[in-house]
Design a protein around this ligand. Structure first.
Ligand SMILES: Nc1nc2c(c(=O)[nH]1)N[C@H]1C(S)=C(S)[C@@H](COP(=O)(O)OP(=O)(O)OC[C@H]3O[C@@H](n4cnc5c(=O)[nH]c(N)nc54)[C@H](O)[C@@H]3O)O[C@H]1N2
Ligand SMILES: Nc1nc2c(c(=O)[nH]1)N[C@H]1C(S)=C(S)[C@@H](COP(=O)(O)OP(=O)(O)OC[C@H]3O[C@@H](n4cnc5c(=O)[nH]c(N)nc54)[C@H](O)[C@@H]3O)O[C@H]1N2
Ligand code: SF4
Ligand SMILES: [Mo]
Length: 732
């Protein structure tokens, strides 16, 4: 049977090998009759939250072996003992009644393709035989991995052991890629995760489209709050009156897409009024004369016409930044793929920080440290004939990680390079705007598509095989060893048995490895053996970590630069590069250039989007606890626009983009907090997969309205904010 022309599948009732959650009493209140929580036998075990990628460490409590609650670990530098709303609701990811509990295989029944539950042996043998076939016919390297989250490492290891080394993640080309590349070009290193921002010591913080508070990266929200309590000046640049805008001295309600104009004008003031840190700039940077010449025409009066921000405000905010320098942080943002010139905007932010002397200084950017944790001894990986770089075909010279869209393009057409995909913990149709037709094309051509997920996300529609992973609460993963202020390790371990037939990622990877003759790369029975070995190399043990969850170590390197000692940055010149010869040599502007954004056509509005505190993208919309907190998103509409369309808060509308694509119905929230020319919505809603019984069909999906993406030529990022939508009233 040739199933290569894959029909896009949704789960039908019969195929849904989804969960019957043995009730934890918490949700149903009735699994073992009414009983007060906390009266049974309590046990606890450490975890690392997987509800977003800040990776807070916590403790899972069970009662009589059943999940009860998860709370923060007080020794953890990422959370300081407090999980955010979403992390607290993490227990809901276990309880989700739609969880995948059996492998699913695409089969043909009565001329129709459907998913059928199969046992693990059948699923794994199928995958291994397809992988072998690809290797024989094309080469081992023709399999690519898309992934997000810690568990992806097990599949990276599997594929590298096999001879495939192509990897891409939406968290690069659809998220923080441009800033990492821009900071590397400027300082020789990126910002990293958790972001190396020293907000707790900042005297002035500038947030440019970074809505910390709604964007709920835990430790970062806490340090921002502390800075505000300590009297730091907050400046927020956002077309929307965001949560931090409400706490700001200056809210600059910028015309969307004009941020580079504002940044150039700020540089114009700071250089023109000689407010920059002369000693720091002379000692550490190159290119000031070129930069000074470059920004001379970009006066606040010029920027006013672009950004709508009055010259006085531009000057006053620039002076506030300089007055607090070097404890001034122009925050680099995180999701920065907006208009396709994002590496240049991020470069402008990097340069502005350099002028204020904030890199390597208290209140700016500090140097992080992680634990020197030896790798478990394993044989060397075979040489992979190609890596994901082949997908760029020289297009994106500064891409420092795989570019999702490029890997997809390299899986399409007669000369397609990739023949197989592993997709781990990433819901490509919702995270890659405007990609559906390409995903379908690729799925038609590929010889193997494996999806590893915990629920039936839309991406399973392209799979041959769907593998049910157990949730983070039910498994071991690698130790968390993130760079931070204090080097620390944290442990994730199973708090209870995996639900149904779901399995940990490490187990799935090992089983596949064994079927591919790669046993030597998986010489453990249980992944805890790897962790125990690693921990013993640094004076701890699994037994200790199972008790304490987080172990903090002493720093060995300085947190800040020494003003009196020379320092070599990791750039070609060894200095902070205000003028980038690297960009120039590759044919790009060596200093940031402003391009005015397109204006919305009449009766259309710019579609902007962001985070909601109760959810992480679309990965939590079906989590029953978080669904209860926020079941659907709403579209923010300014009263002027609302009046024009005769809308009131709570009305249902649909959004239609310039190509005529119509969204699901979504409620209106009429508010002055958004500009009249823009609409705002939280990303992650409007699921279409019927197997997600809570989230399916609820709210609107921003991704499906994004038919115009602007690709960043420097690193391949996907600019998503060039889309315009109009309103269509929903008849009741
Ligand atoms: N339109 C639009 N697109 C965006 C964004 C946006 O705001 N709007 N934001 C962008 C940003 S900033 C990012 S970082 C990316 C993120 O986008 P993705 O990389 O897609 O990340 P998530 O949404 O976290 O991944 C969701 C998938 O992981 C699955 N999952 C959850 N837990 C587990 C687990 O324990 N194991 C496994 N195997 N799977 C699990 C979920 O069920 C879901 O299918 O999206 C980007 N794309
Ligand atoms: N609760 C929650 N927190 C999260 C996440 C989550 O899913 N849920 N995801 C995490 C991840 S992976 C990331 S990358 C971060 C993303 O978080 P951030 O980097 O903070 O934010 P974005 O979602 O890109 O930005 C949204 C903000 O940009 C504003 N904006 C829109 N257009 C423009 C413009 O042209 N100029 C300016 N100056 N502002 C504009 C919007 O009004 C909105 O306030 O959040 C992280 N934290
Ligand atoms: S910030 Fe919240 S959701 Fe993210 S890891 Fe921490 S507790 Fe979990
Ligand atoms: Mo992100």
């Amino acid at each position: 049977m040739n199933l290569n022309r894959r029909q896009f599948l949704k789960l039908s009732g019969s195929a849904a090998a989804t969960a019957t959650v043995a009730g934890s009493g918490l949700l149903t209140g009735c699994s073992s009759g009414p009983r007060r929580p906390g009266t049974g036998e309590i046990a606890s075990s450490p975890t690392i939250c997987d509800i977003c990628f800040w990776k807070c460490a916590g403790t899972v409590y069970t009662e009589n072996g059943k999940p009860w609650k998860v709370v923060g670990n007080p020794d953890d530098v990422h959370s300081n003992g407090r999980l955010c709303t979403r992390g607290t609701g993490g227990i809901g990811s276990y309880m989700d009644r739609d969880r995948l509990t059996k492998p699913l295989m695409r089969v043909e029944r009565n001329g129709k393709q459907v998913f059928e539950p199969v046992d693990w042996n059948q699923a794994l043998n199928f995958i291994a035989s397809r992988m072998r076939k690809i290797a024989e016919e094309q080469g081992e390297d023709r399999i690519a991995l898309f992934s997000h989250g810690a568990g992806g490492a097990h599949f990276k290891h599997l594929l590298k052991s096999f001879g495939a080394d192509s990897y891409a993640a939406p968290s690069f080309a659809q998220c923080r890629g441009p800033r990492e590349v821009a900071f590397k070009l400027t300082y020789g290193e990126g910002v990293g995760s958790p972001d190396r921002t020293d907000m707790e010591n900042s005297r002035c913080i500038v947030l440019i489209g970074s809505h910390i508070g709604e964007n709920l990266h835990n430790g970062q929200v806490q340090t921002l709050t502390r800075a505000i309590e300590n009297g730091a000046t907050l400046i927020t640049v956002d077309p929307r009156f965001s949560v931090p805008a409400g706490k700001s001295k200056h809210w600059l309600a910028i015309e969307p897409g004009t941020d580079i104009a504002l940044l150039l004008a700020w540089m114009n003031v700071i250089i023109g009024e000689e407010l920059y840190d002369k000693d720091y700039v002379n000692k550490n940077t190159t290119g000031l004369p070129q930069l000074a010449r470059h920004v001379r025409p970009f006066t606040p009066e010029w920027a006013w016409l672009q950004t709508g921000i009055e010259p006085d405000k531009i000057r006053a905010s620039a002076r506030d930044m300089a007055a607090a320098a070097p404890a001034t942080l122009i925050h680099p943002g995180r999701h920065v793929t907006w208009y396709g010139d994002d590496t240049q905007r991020s470069r402008a932010i990097a340069i502005l920080n350099a002028l204020l002397g904030s890199w390597g200084r208290p209140g700016g950017f500090y140097y992080q440290e992680k634990v020197k944790l030896p790798k478990f001894p394993l044989p060397k990986y075979p040489h992979a004939k190609t890596t994901e770089k082949i997908a760029n075909k020289g297009k994106f010279p500064f891409a420092s990680s795989g570019v999702t869209n490029a890997v997809i393009d390299a899986s399409i057409g007669e000369d397609a390079h990739y023949k197989g995909w592993f997709i781990y913990g990433t819901n490509l149709p919702m995270s890659l705007p405007g990609i559906t037709h390409k995903l379908r094309q690729a799925a038609d051509q590929l010889d193997l598509v494996v999806v590893v997920d915990i629920v039936p996300a839309e991406v399973i529609g392209y799979a041959d095989i769907v593998l049910p992973e157990c949730s983070y609460l039910e498994r071991y993963d690698d130790l968390r060893n993130s760079p931070e202020r204090i080097p620390s390790l944290a442990l994730r371990m199973p708090a209870f048995e995996p639900l149904g037939d779901s399995k940990p990622g490490w187990w799935i990877a090992k089983q596949l490895g064994e079927r591919l003759g790669l046993e030597k790369y998986f010489p453990w029975n249980d992944y805890s053996e790897v962790l125990d070995w690693q921990l013993k190399q640094v004076g701890s043990s699994l037994e200790e970590m199972q008790r304490i969850g987080v172990k903090n170590f002493h720093r060995k390197t300085p947190e800040y630069l020494d003003d009196d000692a020379p320092f070599r940055f990791g750039t070609p010149s060894g200095k902070i590069e205000l003028y980038s010869q690297q960009l120039k040599d590759a044919g790009f502007a060596p200093m940031p250039v402003y391009t005015p954004p397109q204006k919305p056509p009449e009766d259309y509005y710019r579609l902007i989007y962001g985070r909601a505190p109760a959810h992480t993208f679309g990965r939590t919309s079906n989590n029953p606890l978080l669904f209860e907190l926020m079941p659907e998103n709403a579209v923010w509409v300014n009263p002027i626009a609302a009046q024009r369309w005769g809308l009131n808060s709570g009305d249902y509308i649909r959004l239609k983009n310039t190509e005529g694509t119509m969204s699901n119905r979504v409620r209106v929230r009429v508010t002055e907090r958004i500009r009249p020319d823009s609409l705002f919505m939280a990303h992650g809603f409007g699921h279409t997969e019927r197997g997600l019984r809570l989230a399916s069909g609820v709210g609107a999906n921003d991704a499906e309205l994004m038919s115009h993406v602007k690709i960043d030529p420097i690193m391949g990022g996907t600019g998503m904010r060039s889309n315009f939508v109009t309103l269509v009233k929903e008849e009741v």
